[in-house]
Design a protein around this ligand. Structure first.
Ligand SMILES: Cc1cc2nc3c(=O)[nH]c(=O)nc-3n(C[C@H](O)[C@H](O)[C@H](O)COP(=O)(O)O)c2cc1C
Length: 170
């Protein structure tokens, strides 16, 4: 990453935090590229480098894709933009057809990772997965388990080192 890209990751942190409740686009490549909405996540520092952590439930079509690809791109829309698309990408499944096409999204190739970047998003954060953490009854506080996982449908956390961060060329 260039110093400008590192600076942009830091500048995007509060924007990411503000936008997560409406969702960001998690894009994964491989044989069947797909996108899904994430409403949780964080950008921070681990091992002296910027890391974006995304939570994905095993039932998602995206799950085996990200496990295999071990990389992803997070697309960040303009604030207040693409609200319908964020809902649809968080309701429709890639099992039922090409979600990019159904959403009317043009994509570009990732600059570093093999994943699609949604051109309609203002910023792209490309990541390479370094650590995968399965939340379980054993490692999750009981209050979180009863509030968030009564059906024991725990998330898996994919911690991706940020390898590129840029404003989308239009
Ligand atoms: C606002 C919003 C936030 C969401 N956040 C997450 C999330 O953080 N992790 C997750 O696994 N699913 C989350 N979902 C649900 C998935 O986006 C949804 O199940 C999607 O249809 C999965 O697509 P796929 O089957 O193509 O992978 C969210 C949905 C919405 C609408």
């Amino acid at each position: 990453m260039t110093p400008n890209e590192s600076k942009l990751v830091t500048e995007l942190a509060p924007i990411i935090q503000r936008q997560l409740p409406q969702g960001l686009f998690l894009c994964v490549g491989g044989g069947t590229p797909n996108t899904m909405t994430i409403g949780w996540g964080s950008v921070g520092i681990f091992w002296g480098r910027p890391v974006f952590t995304v939570p994905v439930r095993p039932q998602r079509f995206t799950f085996p894709l990200i496990q295999k690809a071990r990389s992803f791109i997070v697309g960040i829309p303009e604030e207040g933009g693409l609200l319908e698309e964020r809902k649809r990408a968080g309701t429709w499944s890639g099992r039922d057809g090409d979600k990019f096409q159904r959403l009317g999204f043009e994509t570009a190739k990732g600059r570093v990772v093999d994943a699609p970047a949604i051109k309609a998003c203002r910023y792209q954060i490309e990541c390479v997965v370094k650590v995968v953490v399965d939340l379980t009854d054993g490692n999750t506080s009981p209050d979180i388990v009863s509030a968030m996982y009564p059906a024991r449908d725990f998330h898996t956390l994919f911690m991706g080192e940020v390898v590129a961060c840029y404003e989308t060329e239009r």
